[in-house]
Write a protein that binds this ligand. Structure first.
Ligand code: NAP
Ligand code: F7E
Length: 342
């Protein structure tokens, strides 16, 4: 009989890739969405008819219990979150309720219905925040720098506690930034790839305003990362795993690479350091710094040490930094050309 999986956050980037991945493995996939969710046609139109959609909300335990009672899945992937870090300062309580408490409600629904359901929690490198260690592994201390980050820390510990207290097969994937052509346009990589495509296709001639160009992230490809989620739930024993590439790049480097893929020359202008002590280089006339996009607290550097995942579950990233930027920029250019028929 086909295995069954429930995915919360089905309308998100990872929901799309994970659903496709599990369908290819022969799973029956149930995607949970809210009445107010992103229109199904926006991101997951091609999953229509292949997955079953169920209504629910991670802030509502009864909806989760109902779904688990009806579906009785083998696996439950909790990808739901208010996942945009800047909004977590302006929507504090709802972020804590969805991204933090929502995890506890998913776990409680499993405890109440069937403790054999395997659980995956979408934990995040944002939990490391200002940790003194680089690269970060499963033992690096958490010093989160945002309400999003500390809500994820709550969910991380809830997952471990339900594993230890109730014997539930519950695992945390501590995923570093992962991107794709399905990434929301408010996140920096997609904002850049989409703007580069607009400039390339003549739809935008204004400059690209970005926030902190010096922040460094470990960026991988979402398609590679959903495989790690599945792999964690196939292990005999649950655990917590850092998933990332082990390479880190600044936002400026991402922008340089993206304009390069599109064949657009940016004259990078060295301006010494700014008032915060950061490198003030900007891409004259094209890439400027908009200080309104600075965050109340920034994480300067994140870089994964994914050795445990490689050695214990056999996961490795397949797409490198340059490959990722190329996929995103070329997709956005083709997409915009398609829209004009050109
Ligand atoms: P995303 O595109 O922002 O998707 C988030 C999903 O959560 C959306 O489908 C959203 O649906 C859903 N959601 C929000 N509030 C909900 C609620 N109350 N009940 C049920 N669903 C709700 O995020 P993503 O990039 O795919 O990331 C997936 C998960 O991994 C998230 O938990 C994120 O925090 C975590 N994560 C992401 C990264 C990354 O780099 N992408 C790295 C580490 C961890 P609506 O349409 O209803 O809003
Ligand atoms: O920012 C800087 C910004 O919003 C990355 C989420 O999926 O990954 C994501 O969180 C960096 C930050 O992602 C702009 O200050 C500069 O340092 O793309 P982001 P994030 O905050 O790292 C983690 C792992 C998650 O778990 C989260 O859910 O880029 N930056 N200029 C900018 N960021 C944005 N958004 N927009 C800018 O214009």
């Amino acid at each position: 009989m086909a295995k069954k999986a429930v995915i919360t956050g089905i309308t998100g980037q990872d929901g799309y890739y994970l659903a496709n991945f599990l369908l290819n493995k022969g799973y029956e996939v149930y995607g949970m969405h809210r009445r107010s969710s992103l229109d199904i046609e926006e991101r997951i139109a091609d999953l229509r008819g292949k997955i079953k959609l169920v209504h629910g909300d991670v802030t509502d335990t009864s909806s989760l219990v109902n779904i688990l009672q009806k579906v009785n899945p083998d696996e439950f992937y909790n990808l739901a979150a208010q996942s945009f870090v800047p909004d977590s300062w302006t929507q504090l309580e709802s972020t804590a309720e969805i991204t933090g408490l929502g995890v506890l409600k998913c776990l409680e629904a499993i405890r109440l219905t069937n403790r054999d359901i395997k659980f995956y929690q979408a934990s995040s490198s944002e939990m490391f925040g200002n940790t003194p260690e680089s690269p970060q592994n499963e033992n690096s201390p958490f010093l989160p720098r945002s309400p999003y980050g500390f809500s994820k820390v709550f969910g991380y510990h809830a997952t471990i506690n339900y594993r230890e207290s109730f014997g539930i097969h519950a695992s945390n994937g501590i995923l570093f930034n992962h991107e794709s052509s399905k990434r929301g346009k408010q996140f920096v990589t997609r904002k850049i790839s989409h703007s580069v495509a607009e400039i390339k296709t003549g739809k935008q001639d204004y400059s690209l305003g970005l926030g902190n160009l010096n922040a460094k992230r470990d960026w991988g490809y979402a398609l590679d990362y959903v495989e790690a989620m599945w792999m964690m739930l196939q292990q005999e024993k649950p655990g917590d795993f850092v998933i990332g590439t082990g390479e880190t790049h600044s936002v400026r480097e991402f922008a340089e690479e993206a304009f390069g893929v599109a064949g657009i020359t940016v004259k990078w202008e060295k301006k010494g350091v700014d008032e915060r002590g950061y490198d003030a280089t900007t891409g004259r006339e094209i890439v400027s710094v908009d200080s309104r996009l600075f965050r109340p607290a920034e994480i300067d550097l994140l870089c994964a040490d994914p050795r445990k995942a490689r050695e214990n579950i056999g996961w490795e990233p397949k797409t490198d930094f340059k490959g990722l930027v190329k996929i995103m920029v070329e997709h956005d250019i083709e997409n915009l050309k398609g829209k004009t028929g050109g």
